[in-house]
Design a protein around this ligand. Sequence first.
Ligand SMILES: Cc1cc2nc3c(=O)[nH]c(=O)nc-3n(C[C@H](O)[C@H](O)[C@H](O)COP(=O)(O)OP(=O)(O)OC[C@H]3O[C@@H](n4cnc5c(N)ncnc54)[C@H](O)[C@@H]3O)c2cc1C
Length: 459
Amino acid sequence: MIQPLPQSLTSNFAPEMFSQDPGDLDHYGRDWTRTYAPHPRAVAFPRSTADVSKLLKICSELKIPVVPSGGRTGLSGGAVAPNGELVLSLTRMNKIGKIDLLSLTVPVEAGAVTEAVHHAAAEYEMTWPVDFGSKGSSTVGGNISTNAGGINVIKYGMTRHWVLGLTVVLMSGEVLQLNGPLEKNNAGLDLKHLFIGSEGTLGVVTEAILKLTPIETNTRLFFFGVKNHDKVFELLETCRKQKFELHAFEAFSANCFEATTALHKINDPFSAKHAQYVLVEIRNQDCDSWMEQIFGEEIVDEGVEASSQEDAKRFWKTRETISESLSVRGHLHTSDISVAIPDMKAFLQEWEEIFHKKYSAWELFIFGHYGDGNLHIHALKPANMSAEEFLEQNHAVEKDLYSLVGKFNGSVSAEHGVGIIKKADIGYTRKPGEVAILKSLKKMLDPQGLLNPGKVVDL
Ligand SMILES: Cc1cc2nc3c(=O)[nH]c(=O)nc-3n(C[C@H](O)[C@H](O)[C@H](O)COP(=O)(O)OP(=O)(O)OC[C@H]3O[C@@H](n4cnc5c(N)ncnc54)[C@H](O)[C@@H]3O)c2cc1C
């Protein structure tokens, strides 16, 4: 039974502002995680910052909890509405403004799709370098609110590096214009950074001024097959010692490669099978001596270079579709952890030992942004285990994995955020003093706890 919205809310807006259609409630009430059953009370579709401000002010007065929602590609349950909340979908606020070629910026509304921003910027041979597999559905507001990473973090850094100004609406309805188009502004703390990565718990991002950079076309992409993890790290070390500029260093195990090439019918560019695969993108600079070294010292066993755009797309597809290729195989335990780059090798050795000893029937898949210290460690349910037992066992895996992450002073969430899924595990990464500050900020900006309740930290 769906509870109708109070007239004191609906009477302030045109009828198309709200939907309680069961299909919409199901669609907008969940994100990519699919772990939590959606149960929102309604969905609101504002068209302007003024709409959002009015809506939040009234919801504050009526004590209606609100879940900000973008493209719902999030992987931590941050945009899920499981408890009768009002989903605030930014999808109708998707305008992309005029690109300014003097400051290399573009104003956008938060609901603009990431890839649409890429297309708009590409007309001027520019890009917003926030790039990953879900860019065709994710939104700028979601990218900012998760401080998204992706495949080009080595070269460009995380999303926060590419945001100049933000318009944010607090739960009270107050509108904050933070920094605007200023490149330099040291008049106190840069408050926009408080909202970048706050997963919709402190304010709703409605507009942003994004920084752009010329599209990098002058690159070379190599795909290598190597013997083991040690060789992956040796290869990374050789890249770091070269004079060329490294843009991306992504690696994945053979079973990830097999899953993605089989599902997407991607031609295997190698003549033999390898234990690990590595994609290395560099600026187009001389790398003959590097080639001699990595083949001469048998750091790599086989390598191919993309000789066309099609090759490059095909190579990247093997990496970018790993998540979805694994998710169709059955129940999967997923993770998104990071450790300091020099610690990765020891961390992985320890984890593989623990995993094979305690969970020998499970299949382990390891892939990720190795050049950033960011690993996605997934495990598939054994065929003879019930889904219930698997879910139960997931807690044990998490305890083991995150304890090891804690031991290495790493993070339980490298780029996907905390949402609901990692809330109980935040203590493996953040000290009690840090969690106390996060809670104080939440209390200050949303004293009634109505904005994205139950996400990141509990009050
Ligand atoms: C196949 C696949 C590959 C992915 N690869 C990567 C990757 O490489 N790197 C990476 O970082 N992520 C990756 N992701 C995760 C996801 O795409 C990112 O987290 C993305 O930034 C989420 O954007 P969204 O618009 O879908 O946000 P949503 O999922 O809608 O929301 C995410 C969070 O932001 C909040 N939010 C959304 N919009 C706003 C707003 N306007 N104001 C305030 N809060 C808001 C929500 O409440 C929620 O907490 C991947 C996901 C998939 C499915």
